[in-house]
Design a protein around this ligand. Sequence first.
Ligand code: HEM
Length: 257
Amino acid sequence: MRFALVLDDWGELGLPYQPYPDGREPMNPTITDLTITEPTNSDPMITEATITDTPVDLADHIRSSSAEQHRSTEQRTFITELMRGQRSLADYTRYLAQYAWVYEALEELVVRVKSLDLFDPTLARLATIENDLTALGVSDWRREHPPLPATVAYVTHLRALAQSDNLRCLAHHYTRYLGDLSGGQAISRLVARHYGATAEQLSFYRFDDIGDIVKYKRAYRDGLNALTLSKEEVDDLVAEVDAAFTFNGAIFDELAA
Ligand code: HEM
């Protein structure tokens, strides 16, 4: 038999995606074509790879590149204990207050950098975080919950991005908002169940203006795929998503300490 494996745009033979253990949908493998032809006597079996210019599925590429980081971040002690009911509403409040700092910087950045269609203002979360913090008994989050060193590092990084860094901004945008629209929904349910948080305290996870969350996430991923980027830009984007996960993980580690 003769195999011709056609590889993805980056010349990589993508292995089929390992689905997340919690049942998230597996991603498409990046093999874009496979042909099998009959063997010839002189040439019994040849594996041959060619690179095509088939556009890469950027959304899948980002998701698969960050899958390991995602796993490691969602399994940080603080998050695991929070999700298992081993923490308290006060701990959740400390966590949320750190994200007030992060979203303040992120949302300032989103309006400062060169615009992208994906920068939908209805995603903005700072106002909902502030409302939730008030409902959780925090009257002045800046004074009562100063930023942890890891939060300072994250915010400093976001503030240092230039107006032309809209792809780097997109990396943070993707990591936070798609995360809120995904695992964030589970966090909301569990914080309500374990610690009795009320709807008024959990508006952060309600995206009333975007309609169906699943459809919205699909459209966001389509929006990623509609971007025309060079390989260098894609690599930068992926590296920045990686950095975004690292910043988030560092906050969780400090919250656990
Ligand atoms: C309790 C912890 C978490 C759980 C249970 C969780 C769970 C999930 C699930 C189930 C999805 C897939 C949703 C889908 O395919 O529609 C997802 C996607 C995602 N999560 Fe998490 N997550 C957690 C924490 C985080 C954190 C801390 C971040 C980032 C800081 C994050 C960022 C993302 C991103 C960016 C996606 C979108 C992936 C894509 O479709 O491209 N998650 N998460």
